[in-house]
Write a protein that binds this ligand. Structure first.
Ligand SMILES: [Cu+2]
Length: 386
């Protein structure tokens, strides 16, 4: 654990064979954030049946987007992902291979232990001063993770695989990464150590040490009080294909809440969308090329990392305020208690898609629905709940 990193070059045809050796409940591979054709999306019951022990399934799709993504099982995912059925998926631009140090760091909690990549303790690396460094941070957990980088200014150059416009220098800032989300940070290796911490945990993290330095033991700052970067004010504005004042073909509102439901005669929590839990949530229907507005309201007390499959969404407003920084295209974003988000997308990827909370325990408690292009139905059992 995690699964093997999968890398490709822009324009490659990616072919991956998934073979289930012994996972009784079945497995699939979902390409989180990647705009694959619907049949390759790995949503068990919707775009394929789960792969049973002894069976296999071949995924094929073009690597048409560059950036940092990840893959994970989408069958009983609240258990499967938590136990380690995930890995990183990175596509680099054709003609400009990564230079310097380019590290992909999926972060994952195994019980009370945090793993960074395949290490569960502090990792040290020697890096020559001046080397270009890119760290690809992936939150594979169900709750937000906080990252700080001590020792050098840096830039947050990409969010959810998509480049930001003119990202400025950061320093004593905290980057809060939604469950399922990715941040790429970049800097030139300084003359002294640079330390990446997760949730201010000084026992873990990544220490980059310049050649010839004294090594570990150098003091690492207490980063717990560093303020959170507001992504909606970071970077510079740029033209977008549509904005909040555009004429939308479809408008959907999703009010997220928690309620009690009866399972037989036992009350248990349900995480609901507009008062209903999956599979009772109505399917959202769009037509190809529709411009779609989604308004997401969190009326509960939990953070809901929202995730639409197959499409990146452009953030139009958060709590009635339009972003003033770089255009922000995301596939995983935290809708915090009391938040109202407006996001939009052009429906250009026909098929059937999950639209759900990526806190996978909430997902298992019903916080999900389907987004369907008109006229498309599934030959599979259809009642995929996670
Ligand atoms: Cu949730």
């Amino acid at each position: 654990m995690p699964g093997p990193p999968i890398t490709a070059t822009e324009g490659d045809l990616v072919e991956v064979t998934l073979r289930n050796a012994d996972v009784e409940r079945g497995v699939t591979v979902h390409w989180h954030g990647y705009e694959v054709p619907s049949g390759e999306d790995g949503a068990a019951g919707l775009t394929q049946e789960a792969v049973a022990p002894g069976q296999e399934f071949v995924y094929r799709f073009p690597a048409s987007q560059v950036g940092t993504y990840w893959y994970h099982t989408h069958q009983v995912s609240d258990i499967g992902v938590r136990m380690g059925l995930y890995g990183a998926f990175v596509v680099t631009p054709r003609g400009s291979p990564p230079s310097g140090l380019d590290l992909t760091l999926p972060v994952h909690a195994f019980g009370s232990t945090t793993a960074l990549g395949d290490q569960d303790r502090a990792v040290e690396r020697r890096v020559a001063p001046g080397t270009p460094v890119r760290l690809r941070l992936v939150n594979t957990d169900s709750t937000p993770r906080r990252f700080t980088l001590d020792g050098t200014p840096y830039r947050l150059v990409a969010v959810d695989g998509r480049d930001l416009n003119e990202p400025g220098p950061l320093g004593r800032d905290t980057l809060v990464l939604a469950a399922g989300g990715r941040y790429d940070i970049a800097f030139a290796m300084p003359a002294g150590p640079a330390t990446l911490l997760v949730d201010d945990d000084h026992a873990g993290g990544l220490r980059l040490l310049p050649d010839g330095s004294a090594g570990p033991g150098a003091g690492v700052a207490d980063t717990a009080g560093w303020p959170e970067l507001d992504l909606t004010r970071y970077g510079a504005p740029a033209p977008t294909p549509f904005d909040a004042s555009s004429r939308f073909d479809r408008r959907f509102t999703m009010v997220l809440d928690r309620t009690l439901a009866l399972a037989g005669r036992t009350p248990k929590y349900a995480q609901t969308v507009n008062g209903r839990a999956f599979p009772s949530t109505p399917t959202q229907v769009v037509r190809e090329n529709d411009l779609v507005l989604m308004t997401i309201v969190n009326r509960g007390q939990d953070i809901h990392p929202w995730h639409l499959h197959g499409h990146a969404v452009l953030v139009l407003s958060r709590n009635d305020r339009a972003p003033t920084g770089s255009p922000l295209y995301v596939d995983s974003f935290d809708v915090r208690p009391g938040d109202v988000w407006q996001v939009g997308f052009r429906a250009t990827n026909p098929g059937l898609w999950m639209n759900h909370c990526h806190d996978l325990s909430h997902f298992a408690q019903g916080m999900a629905l389907h987004l369907a292009y008109a006229g498309i139905t599934t030959p599979f059992h259809g009642s995929h709940g996670g």
